[in-house]
Design a protein around this ligand. Structure first.
Ligand SMILES: Cc1cc2nc3c(=O)[nH]c(=O)nc-3n(C[C@H](O)[C@H](O)[C@H](O)COP(=O)(O)OP(=O)(O)OC[C@H]3O[C@@H](n4cnc5c(N)ncnc54)[C@H](O)[C@@H]3O)c2cc1C
Length: 423
């Protein structure tokens, strides 16, 4: 068992975990013993969250030293993978075996369990968040025993167990739905007026399998990244001008770490993320926030954010708009709601960024925004729980699987208290 000393920070170095110890067991048996012997312990993934969702005042455990596992069941068309593995380590082998995941986030270096626990998403009108690909979970209960949860055996509440913010137990294996491997060709359109993106939102976001608009809220234009699946119909929208050389999502950055563009088809695993799985991007000097809005509210959000473009511009590395299809996962920010997700990559200067986050929240919350669980928000746990109609059901599930709150933290304790009060 490796137990590093000293405080650990998240990937961006923007928060220091408050846990007294961070464990890295190298076998499942060690992990079991550790969990069974702890009063309060919580799983940490790859530490890419900007909120304190992963934090603990007690003990944390990372699973990245456990033996890797990728087990493909071709009859069921699923893959069971080690929960602490990064997508970057999983997607290449899946592709080589002839399979694909429906979608990926911008960065493939995030862990599978950490991503699905927070409802992490990519883009695409027809694409649900990454958690929606989960058909089974293996997790450790407070006594260290294994609990199997899957769609078939728990049809009534499996949807509550996937986006679980670490509160149900330490997930050790995740089973993901597969489809046949496919190619993607990525094109970037530059200088697209934001007026056009807002007015023709449906057309722009159905112009490819996955569409991302990197928005300049002050200058009033976007670069639109189209990840097309050959053979799939699309709207045919092609505004702006085609980029004639590779781009980086952040304007002015060298494009070397970005996935291949210029319309050259290639594996889904090398095109769906914005960042190349084979290169490790440096830890970012950044903070991130993101809000999922009902899709129909997107044009109003465009108008509102353009109104504070001068405030936002000096504080942003980049901003991005994506779409996410509705799902049935109780704590997913896209629960039963086709969504438009408005993302902000801020400079790493909390004192200046917090007032801007407040301004954005003041504009977007009345439009029905649900903040990303893993990113910076100023909302309290009670406010965060408010838009989730199944929050009380989630609290019941936690009560069943973790009655003494061994896996809780300040955020989940607050959410559960709010949910129970409301029930
Ligand atoms: C550069 C960058 C790009 C990003 N791009 C996107 C994007 O495109 N789309 C998007 O939606 N988000 C994105 N994010 C946010 C990121 O996907 C989420 O914060 C995600 O939760 C990170 O996964 P992680 O493994 O780092 O989780 P952590 O931050 O380590 O943990 C998140 C949660 O998962 C739980 N958890 C982790 N492992 C386990 C386990 N084994 N068992 C039980 N619970 C567990 C933790 O307890 C915690 O509650 C990005 C973040 C960064 C830094």
């Amino acid at each position: 068992m490796r137990t590093p000393t000293g405080p650990a920070t998240n990937w961006a170095g923007t928060l220091t975990y408050r846990a007294s110890r961070l464990h890295r067991p190298s076998s499942l048996d060690e992990l079991r013993t550790l969990v069974a012997g702890s009063d309060r312990i919580r799983a940490l993934g790859s530490g890419h969250s900007f909120s304190r969702v992963a934090d603990s005042r007690h003990e944390l455990v990372r699973l990245d030293a456990l033996p890797p596992l990728i087990e493909i069941d071709s009859a069921r068309r699923t893959a069971t993978v080690g929960a602490g593995m990064r997508y970057a380590d999983v997607i290449g082998p899946l592709h080589r075996a002839g399979y694909a995941l429906a979608n990926l986030a911008s960065l493939p270096h995030i862990s599978v369990a950490g991503s699905v626990a927070t409802g992490t998403h990519g883009s695409g009108d027809g694409n649900r968040c990454l958690s929606a690909a989960v058909s089974g979970l293996e997790l450790l209960a407070p006594d260290g025993s294994t609990v199997l949860l899957d769609r078939a055996s728990r049809p009534g509440d499996f949807d509550g167990a996937v986006v679980a913010l670490g509160a149900l137990g330490v997930v050790t294996r995740v089973t993901l739905d597969l489809e046949d491997a496919f190619d993607v060709a990525q094109e970037v359109r530059l200088g697209v007026p934001l007026d056009e993106v807002a007015a023709r939102f449906d057309e722009v976001f159905s112009a490819a399998y996955s569409v991302s608009a990197f928005t300049d809220w002050r200058a009033g234009h976007a670069s639109v990244w189209l990840k097309k699946r050959p053979g799939r119909p699309d709207s045919g929208w092609s505004g702006g001008r085609p980029a004639d050389r590779p781009q980086h999502p952040v304007p002015g950055m060298p494009p070397g770490t970005a996935t291949a563009q210029l319309g050259v088809p290639g594996p889904w695993s090398e095109r769906l993320p914005h960042f190349r799985p084979d290169l490790t991007p440096g830890a970012g000097a950044e903070l991130q926030s993101e809000y999922y809005l009902p899709r129909a509210a997107a044009p109003r959000a465009f108008a509102a954010l353009r109104g504070i473009g001068d405030l936002l511009a000096p504080l942003l590395h980049v901003a991005e708009v994506r779409t996410v299809r509705a799902d049935e996962l109780w704590l997913s920010p896209a629960y039963r709601r086709d969504s438009a997700a408005f993302h902000f990559t801020w400079v790493k200067d909390p004192a200046r960024v917090v007032p801007a986050v407040a301004a954005v929240e003041q504009l977007l919350l009345p439009l029905g925004a649900r903040p990303h669980w893993g990113k910076v928000t100023l909302l309290t746990p009670t406010q965060l729980a408010a838009p989730y109609e199944r929050a009380a059901g989630f609290a019941r599930l936690v009560g069943e699987l973790d009655p003494d709150g061994v896996f809780g933290n300040d955020l989940t304790d607050g959410l559960l208290a709010a949910a129970r009060e409301r029930a």
